[in-house]
Ligand binder design. Sequence first.
Ligand SMILES: Cc1cc2nc3c(=O)[nH]c(=O)nc-3n(C[C@H](O)[C@H](O)[C@H](O)COP(=O)(O)OP(=O)(O)OC[C@H]3O[C@@H](n4cnc5c(N)ncnc54)[C@H](O)[C@@H]3O)c2cc1C
Length: 484
Amino acid sequence: MERIVVVGGGYAGFTAARVLEKRLRRELRRGEVEVVLVDPRPYMTYQPFLPEVVAGSVEARHAAVAHRSHLRRTRLLDGTVERVDHARHVVVVRPRSGEPYDLTYDTVVVTAGAVTRVFPVPGVAEHAIGMKHVEEAVAIRDRLLTSFDRAASLPAGPERERLLTVTFVGGGFSGVEGFAELLSLAHDLTRVYPEIDPAELRFHLVERNPRILPEVTERPGRWVVRELERRGAHVHLEAGLVSAEGGVVTLSTGESFASGLLVWTAGNAANPVVATHTDLPVDARGYLVTRPDLRVGTVDDTVPDAWAAGDGAAVPDLALPAPGALTVPNAQHAVRQGRRLAKNLVAARRGRPTRPYVHGSLGVVATLGLGSGVFQYHRVVVRGRLAWFMHRGYHVLAIPTWERTVRVLAVWSTAVLFGRDVVSLAEVQRPRDAFVAGATAAGATAGARRVTGPSGPTDRSATGPAAASRRAEQPAATDPVRAA
Ligand SMILES: Cc1cc2nc3c(=O)[nH]c(=O)nc-3n(C[C@H](O)[C@H](O)[C@H](O)COP(=O)(O)OP(=O)(O)OC[C@H]3O[C@@H](n4cnc5c(N)ncnc54)[C@H](O)[C@@H]3O)c2cc1C
């Protein structure tokens, strides 16, 4: 049986697998071909909703689309591809448990996306968190809510100030959206935390370049800076993070402050599986060299049986007049490339001609918190509430499957009635604490009974429920969000 292996089930891979299922329906039914998707996550993440997950406007689960629900005829493998050895037509899969194994293929589709670009800044590995995955978005929100709870009980002073200080590093789309949504949430929270004055909030956005949002032109970019500053944010342009040691943020401008939350959104880097772990051709940045029809290789030198799309592929942008232009890494391209890739793969398999990928941008739209946004299409710029409606309208329709659309709409509708949901589930990250505390307390009581009898003296300072709950309150040193 012929095997098509898809590496990564995000935007491009998930879409490609869905279209392959449709176009190869007969072959799949007859057992002539199988589509195998390998991903360490059982869902595709709808990343444009992550800033709204941070704000609590979108339920975390609704920003994820389960592979199993929507890829019924694809074989799903839970694992990470460590290597693509195209000379042998093998991918090396590391399952979550057990030893890595070889999976042979006839055709490989590489759609593993990109990873967060990290620079070796002291303290970042220990204290920062990214914003590319659902769990990160949830942790960022929970951290802010927990900080509010703690700060509200503290007198004015350095610890209260630290808890109410948030820093985002990177003023690209995802950074600005996450920052603005969190700022909007924080301002709304001050209404339910009368102990905290909005003037106490310290929100810092740090950007190395002289401007934020490179995806829009200069004027709307400047407007976004003014809009954030009007809401009390500090936007540091032409400033780099030089240290985050001990949770103290130090900028290249010399400014320094303790920050309770440090979010790293400084762009993409090539995924190691394609940058350094394959014999497929990659460009100088580590992205797969891809033809306009999404086969790997160049027009003159095509690699047979290998296809690529999405953030991890260097795809020529035929919609731009500039020679050598590549498509920018965004969802708009990834989803359309996934679709075109699958159609071309099926066409090539049937000996038909393939078509080049061409997509003119639909413009860019960003949320800046509840009721505010910015949209740009060529010279048309829309700002404020209308842009925010456009952002919501576009994404609620763009998220794959109607089922997800309806769920997201339902949450937005209930928010109109009841306002923001401000509960923090930070303890979800330490689910065994209550059980362990209970078990420890029960063990201590039983031990004390054995030693001294039911009414004898007992020193519970080290093992009793108070100690257990004290231990439960200790931050885990290895958890970057808690440690921050
Ligand atoms: C916060 C945020 C907001 C964004 N907002 C927008 C927006 O508003 N508009 C827009 O157009 N774009 C937006 N983007 C960008 C957009 O989400 C990406 O461009 C898009 O997800 C790229 O799709 P992809 O399929 O290439 O990669 P991904 O969607 O990242 O998918 C990659 C998949 O590969 C899997 N994978 C990775 N490595 C391996 C491996 N070794 N083995 C197996 N599987 C692997 C991953 O688990 C993942 O499922 C945003 C991104 C972020 C982070």
